[in-house]
Design a protein around this ligand. Structure first.
Ligand code: NI
Length: 133
Protein backbone atom coordinates (compact mmCIF):
# COMPACT_ATOMS: atom_id res chain seq x y z
CA UNK A 1 0.00 0.00 0.00
CA UNK A 2 1.17 3.52 -0.77
CA UNK A 3 0.67 6.71 1.24
CA UNK A 4 -0.43 9.76 -0.76
CA UNK A 5 -1.16 13.40 0.10
CA UNK A 6 -4.12 15.17 -1.48
CA UNK A 7 -5.36 18.77 -1.42
CA UNK A 8 -9.08 19.29 -0.91
CA UNK A 9 -11.37 22.31 -0.32
CA UNK A 10 -12.58 22.70 3.32
CA UNK A 11 -16.28 22.51 2.47
CA UNK A 12 -15.83 19.40 0.31
CA UNK A 13 -13.86 17.68 3.08
CA UNK A 14 -16.50 18.63 5.63
CA UNK A 15 -19.18 17.11 3.41
CA UNK A 16 -17.06 13.98 2.91
CA UNK A 17 -16.49 13.61 6.67
CA UNK A 18 -20.25 13.84 7.28
CA UNK A 19 -20.84 11.22 4.59
CA UNK A 20 -18.29 8.69 5.90
CA UNK A 21 -19.50 9.15 9.47
CA UNK A 22 -23.07 8.47 8.31
CA UNK A 23 -21.93 5.36 6.41
CA UNK A 24 -19.88 4.12 9.37
CA UNK A 25 -16.38 4.26 7.90
CA UNK A 26 -13.73 4.13 10.61
CA UNK A 27 -11.41 6.55 8.79
CA UNK A 28 -11.07 8.78 5.73
CA UNK A 29 -8.69 6.41 3.94
CA UNK A 30 -11.24 3.62 3.72
CA UNK A 31 -13.89 6.08 2.52
CA UNK A 32 -11.58 7.40 -0.18
CA UNK A 33 -10.57 3.88 -1.26
CA UNK A 34 -14.25 2.96 -1.66
CA UNK A 35 -15.00 6.17 -3.55
CA UNK A 36 -12.13 5.36 -5.94
CA UNK A 37 -13.32 1.77 -6.43
CA UNK A 38 -16.80 3.05 -7.20
CA UNK A 39 -15.48 5.64 -9.64
CA UNK A 40 -13.23 3.15 -11.43
CA UNK A 41 -15.86 0.44 -11.77
CA UNK A 42 -18.72 2.68 -12.86
CA UNK A 43 -17.29 5.55 -14.82
CA UNK A 44 -14.14 4.66 -16.69
CA UNK A 45 -13.63 1.99 -19.27
CA UNK A 46 -17.24 0.83 -19.25
CA UNK A 47 -19.22 0.51 -22.47
CA UNK A 48 -16.26 1.67 -24.56
CA UNK A 49 -16.67 -1.33 -26.88
CA UNK A 50 -20.22 -0.37 -27.95
CA UNK A 51 -20.57 0.05 -31.72
CA UNK A 52 -23.31 2.63 -31.39
CA UNK A 53 -24.61 4.53 -28.41
CA UNK A 54 -25.97 7.84 -27.20
CA UNK A 55 -24.72 9.50 -24.06
CA UNK A 56 -25.59 12.39 -21.82
CA UNK A 57 -22.77 14.07 -19.97
CA UNK A 58 -23.81 16.57 -17.32
CA UNK A 59 -21.56 18.84 -15.28
CA UNK A 60 -21.39 22.05 -13.28
CA UNK A 61 -18.78 24.79 -13.66
CA UNK A 62 -18.10 28.38 -12.76
CA UNK A 63 -18.22 30.43 -15.98
CA UNK A 64 -16.12 33.19 -14.31
CA UNK A 65 -13.23 30.79 -13.81
CA UNK A 66 -10.37 31.86 -16.05
CA UNK A 67 -10.39 30.17 -19.49
CA UNK A 68 -12.72 27.37 -18.40
CA UNK A 69 -15.66 28.29 -20.68
CA UNK A 70 -13.38 28.49 -23.71
CA UNK A 71 -11.65 25.22 -22.76
CA UNK A 72 -15.04 23.50 -22.67
CA UNK A 73 -15.97 24.91 -26.09
CA UNK A 74 -12.53 23.82 -27.33
CA UNK A 75 -13.18 20.26 -26.09
CA UNK A 76 -16.45 20.16 -28.02
CA UNK A 77 -14.87 21.50 -31.23
CA UNK A 78 -12.06 18.96 -30.86
CA UNK A 79 -14.71 16.24 -31.21
CA UNK A 80 -16.74 18.04 -33.94
CA UNK A 81 -17.25 14.76 -35.85
CA UNK A 82 -19.53 13.58 -33.03
CA UNK A 83 -23.13 14.84 -33.23
CA UNK A 84 -23.71 16.77 -29.99
CA UNK A 85 -26.21 19.20 -28.51
CA UNK A 86 -25.76 21.13 -25.28
CA UNK A 87 -28.36 22.50 -22.89
CA UNK A 88 -27.06 25.31 -20.66
CA UNK A 89 -28.70 26.48 -17.45
CA UNK A 90 -27.43 29.52 -15.48
CA UNK A 91 -27.80 28.22 -11.90
CA UNK A 92 -26.79 31.49 -10.20
CA UNK A 93 -24.46 34.44 -10.79
CA UNK A 94 -21.42 32.16 -11.24
CA UNK A 95 -22.42 28.54 -11.73
CA UNK A 96 -23.68 26.87 -14.87
CA UNK A 97 -25.12 23.41 -15.45
CA UNK A 98 -24.62 21.90 -18.88
CA UNK A 99 -26.00 18.65 -20.26
CA UNK A 100 -24.46 17.55 -23.54
CA UNK A 101 -26.09 14.79 -25.57
CA UNK A 102 -23.67 12.83 -27.74
CA UNK A 103 -23.94 10.10 -30.34
CA UNK A 104 -21.23 7.78 -31.61
CA UNK A 105 -19.26 4.67 -30.76
CA UNK A 106 -18.73 3.90 -27.09
CA UNK A 107 -15.14 5.03 -27.35
CA UNK A 108 -16.02 8.35 -29.06
CA UNK A 109 -18.68 9.15 -26.47
CA UNK A 110 -16.39 8.27 -23.54
CA UNK A 111 -13.42 10.19 -24.98
CA UNK A 112 -15.44 13.36 -25.47
CA UNK A 113 -17.15 13.08 -22.06
CA UNK A 114 -13.78 12.52 -20.38
CA UNK A 115 -12.31 15.59 -22.10
CA UNK A 116 -15.11 17.66 -20.56
CA UNK A 117 -15.28 16.06 -17.11
CA UNK A 118 -11.52 16.10 -16.54
CA UNK A 119 -11.14 19.89 -17.04
CA UNK A 120 -10.00 21.59 -13.84
CA UNK A 121 -12.98 23.39 -12.32
CA UNK A 122 -15.63 21.06 -13.78
CA UNK A 123 -17.66 19.54 -10.92
CA UNK A 124 -20.25 16.77 -10.61
CA UNK A 125 -19.34 15.45 -14.07
CA UNK A 126 -21.28 12.34 -14.95
CA UNK A 127 -21.80 10.35 -18.15
CA UNK A 128 -24.88 8.26 -18.78
CA UNK A 129 -24.53 5.86 -21.72
CA UNK A 130 -27.44 4.24 -23.55
CA UNK A 131 -26.64 1.47 -26.06
CA UNK A 132 -28.31 1.74 -29.51
CA UNK A 133 -29.08 -1.49 -31.37
NI1 NI B 1 -24.36 30.03 -17.50
Amino acid sequence: MERITITIEDDLLEEFDKYISLKGYSNRSEGIRDALRHMLSHETGTNTDLEKCVGCVSYVYNHKERLLSSKLIEAQHHHHEIPAATLHLHIDAENCLEATILSGTGKQVHDMANDIISQTGVRYGKLHVIPVK
